[in-house]
Design a protein around this ligand. Sequence first.
Ligand SMILES: NC(=O)c1ccc[n+]([C@@H]2O[C@H](COP(=O)([O-])OP(=O)(O)OC[C@H]3O[C@@H](n4cnc5c(N)ncnc54)[C@H](O)[C@@H]3O)[C@@H](O)[C@H]2O)c1
Ligand SMILES: O=C(O)[C@H](O)[C@H](O)COP(=O)(O)O
Length: 384
Amino acid sequence: MHLIVDANIPAADACFGAFGRITRIPGREITRAHLDNADVLIVRSVTPVNEALLADTPVRFVGTCTIGTDHIDRDYLTAQGIGFASAPGCNAEAVADYVLAALLGQAEREGRPLLERCVGIVGAGSVGRRVQARLEGLGVDVAVCDPPRAAREGSAGFVSLEALIARCDVLCLHTPLVRKGPYATRHLLDAGRIAALRPGTWVLNAGRGDCIDGDALYRRLDGPGDITALLDVWENEPGIDAALHARAALATPHIAGYSLDGKLRGSLMIHRALAAHQKVAGTLTLDDICPPAALAELTLGRIMPVEDALRLCVRAVYDTRRDHDLLARRANKSGMAAGFDACRAHYPLRRELATLTVRLTGEARALAGPLAAAGCNVEASPAA
Ligand SMILES: NC(=O)c1ccc[n+]([C@@H]2O[C@H](COP(=O)([O-])OP(=O)(O)OC[C@H]3O[C@@H](n4cnc5c(N)ncnc54)[C@H](O)[C@@H]3O)[C@@H](O)[C@H]2O)c1
Ligand SMILES: O=C(O)[C@H](O)[C@H](O)COP(=O)(O)O
């Protein structure tokens, strides 16, 4: 069996080597010609998989080691009887870490606690639910807009996007890119909704770039300049709009989900799906392919505001400014598109907050409840 595998997929040999011969190609460079004698195609989100790529090839299985599937023409795969699997939820923890790090960092920069702000979550699936739980655990006031869920589960606990915009100080977008239908998300934040944002609002997008009208966002940032943009995803990646990039307070190259743990979970989920497709046992576990974290634990022994304590813990594993600076440097050196992709191809090691054990001693034990609810792996020492 011959497998074409995106070069940016970690542990490809461990996860797919047992199935056959692997050829690794950068995802944006995979073409129809590479698939002439391929049986399996394993991608991430940057390879459009459709009739143009697959017609008259022997490919019988496509896997994407990502949550998002907007790059896949699933109707075409179904019509051709080509097996398909994605990796729902694989990097949701990493994105939740990114959001916490970004919001805690911005609150510190502005000198007003996150706890005093109302955060609106648009799209409360694997990612949005985690963000909601962590922020509520910290004590933040949260509002949620998810019309597909409201239609299924009843409207209690959900608000409209207009109500959320009117009420919230922070908007976090965690929607998939859906191009048509009653819940389409392309330019969900359009010019009208961007104009309606209250001065001082932060807009964070870690879903898909096309969910925001980038030109309209740029006009608001460049004109009144009274809102703040925290952007991980962009229209036209990797050649993103340099002017919007320059106006964003946080500008990262689509890496919110790029923890080692999240990427390996994605590879592993597709390993298991391919094994099921081949009717063999997929026996690998995350422990087989994921090394222990270098920073295994830290100890807090003094009481402090819970937001400060959480910022300490989150920063011990990840600081979003590192990735903001990395993109700025690489874009400056190699141009935006090449710099954007270079950051992603050579992404520095990052582990998830849950890999860190936070030991609480003495008076700091009072922080156990909120820190655990906000996503920390807490161990409180017994009272002396
Ligand atoms: N930046 C990154 O690195 C990164 C990482 C992971 C996922 N993502 C993106 O984030 C998206 C969400 O991930 P997920 O795992 O939570 O997906 P999910 O499918 O579990 O959840 C998506 C949620 O969005 C809701 N939704 C759909 N249409 C909506 C609309 N019009 N308005 C409001 N809500 C709507 C759905 O009902 C669902 O609850 C993915 O599809 C992917 O595109 C980005
Ligand atoms: O959909 C996803 O899972 C994320 O957007 C993921 O981080 C995409 O990773 P990429 O394909 O950009 O490597």
